[in-house]
Write a protein that binds this ligand. Sequence first.
Ligand code: AHM
Ligand code: MG
Length: 331
Amino acid sequence: MANYDGKIITIERFILDHQPDDADGDFTGLMYDIALAAKIISQKINRAGLEDILGRASSTNVHGEDQQKMDVFADDLIFRLCDHTGRLCAMASEEQDEFIPIPDEYAKGEYVLVYDPLDGSSNIDVNVSVGMVFAIFRTVDYEKRGRLEDCLQPGKDIVASGYVLFGSSTMLVYSWGDGVHGFTLDPDLGEFLLSHERMRFPDKPAYYSFNGAYQHEWEQSMRDYVEWLHSDQSPALSGRYIGSFIADFHRNLLKGGIYLYPGEISRPDGKLRLLYEAGPLAYLAENAGGYASNGYQSILDLVPTSLHECTPVIVGNRNLVEMAEKFIQGK
Ligand code: AHM
Ligand code: MG
């Protein structure tokens, strides 16, 4: 059992004490459901090797990628935890082709949950951190049952977003627009305890993160920016790239820095999904004093036209992201 100094605040207590003024029990309940999903997935991941669950499932997701077994488990778990609660009118998952309506036999609620159940799951086989990402919106029409339109909302309309990092410890980090707060799972207690209140990108950044193998596929302006990052003009940064967006984002949030996943010649919109990955993390970045851009505008202003569209992502300390925009826009 860990030693505890000072106040001990569970995520349940924190959500109740700090929920948005207009939050009803549904928002609080939905956050509990997500925290519970995080605990169950965490437990499963920790036992993954023991239960021989590592490795590929037989199915392929909408992006043509092999789904890992844990992806399938996490995706199904979140659905089963949330479909019958009466809190949601629709869901959408990175692992599902279509949006997920609430089954007719259950009451519908006013919220919409979009999620990537296990981002970076190709890392599981090698015991590297993975994450779950989510965003909550309000329905666009309270009179109707959930529709695709409910899911295709821009990041600026997010009510709350967050991620769960399954790392050397499991952390849940979320924001509803009043700061970004982090909770660490005590596995003995089975409770998320407040460990990082009001997280902010430090003024002095420490790291840049990108997959350098793709540089030959990038626009020249992006390569020029990376050259600038290496120059005396830039703050002195060290390179770190895990290849697991949540883990890379989390490190940069704690230590300061910039993460890039730009477009490429063969993939002009890059790899990361606007709805499930870029939008939720852009919302967190801005609430932590940072910024996320596609090179031309804030990612929070991009309105998804389909569930699985991708966007170039530049996210981290605001001044570093704005400098990237200057290079990209030729200013
Ligand atoms: P996934 O959603 O299929 O897991 O892919 C997303 C992941 C991100 O976590 C990570 O930043 C990126 O893919 C790494 O891609 P690459 O291996 O091309 O650098
Ligand atoms: Mg993903």
